[in-house]
Design a protein around this ligand. Structure first.
Ligand code: FPP
Length: 246
């Protein structure tokens, strides 16, 4: 080019089909306001609806959010109980809204340790939204990537022991069928808010080739505008999946 600039139009690529979010920073957001940590979690819960609602226009078909990790039980009893209470209230309040907005809800994680009332609300929401064909919202509760792989391996081993699966047929397509996420595509983009650059045991197997965005914004400040910017930014990235671009 005569002036040295590249006048080619930017590559237009489809946006991410599956976005996963580590919603971090609720506690710091509350502390900065001199309020208890649960105040931040409540503010964070309000953001969830805004982000879910933004998905259809952005072409995001799957949204997976990390609500409670297998490690989060180590928090104070007050915070854990407050979060569980918040999840129950949130599901009750949003259930009809999900149906109205054609959002199909799924939960991943180990439900065994969750209380019976929360578990039945989860089952009810999954059943109630099972016919919805808009955004697929997956909420990770008592979820840990290593725990998920361990649980999947146990079931796989049971199938081998029972003769339903031949060890020589096991390959990298086999294990995903036993994961909690077996019906979901792998995430294309994983976002973590609050300035921490860690994946904290989230979707370990599934994110092998995901793009990552670590942003400083605390989750309760994460607006649909910020989300839109990240989705648009993804369009300019080149994903090679280990190959070399021709
Ligand atoms: C991490 O922030 C956040 C959590 C452990 C809980 C996430 C929960 C919500 C966003 C609210 C509700 C969600 C749903 C689906 C209703 P943190 O507490 O670790 O923040 P900090 O790092 O600033 O302490």
């Amino acid at each position: 080019m005569p002036d040295g600039s590249d006048k080619r139009p930017p590559t237009t690529r489809p946006g991410p089909r599956h976005v996963a979010i580590i919603m971090d920073g609720n506690g710091r957001w509350a502390q900065a306001r001199g309020r208890p940590r649960l105040f931040g979690h409540h503010a964070g819960a309000r953001r969830v609806r805004e982000i879910v609602t933004a998905c259809p226009d952005l072409g995001v078909e799957y949204l997976t959010i990390f609500a409670f990790s297998t490690e989060n039980w180590r928090r104070t009893q007050t915070e854990v109980a407050g979060l569980m209470n918040l999840f129950r209230r949130y599901i009750l309040k949003e259930m009809q809204e999900f149906v109205k907005n054609d959002v199909r809800v799924r939960f991943i994680g180990d439900r065994v340790r969750l209380d019976a009332k929360l578990r039945s609300l989860m089952d009810e929401t999954e059943a109630l939204t099972s016919h919805c064909s808009g955004t697929n919202l997956t909420v990770a509760v008592n979820y840990g990537g290593r725990d998920e792989v361990a649980r999947a391996t146990k079931r796989l081993a049971e199938d081998v022991a029972a003769g339903r699966l031949m060890p020589e047929s096991v390959d990298e397509e086999t294990l995903p069928r036993y994961l909690d996420t077996c019906v979901l595509p792998d995430p294309d983009l994983v976002i973590r808010t609050s300035g921490e650059a860690r994946i904290s045991n989230f979707l370990l197997w599934q994110s092998a080739y995901a793009e990552y965005e670590f942003i400083d914004t605390l989750w309760p400040d994460f607006t649909s505008e910020i989300f839109t910017g990240l989705i648009r930014g993804y369009g300019s990235r080149e994903r090679r999946f280990g190959a070399v671009t021709a």
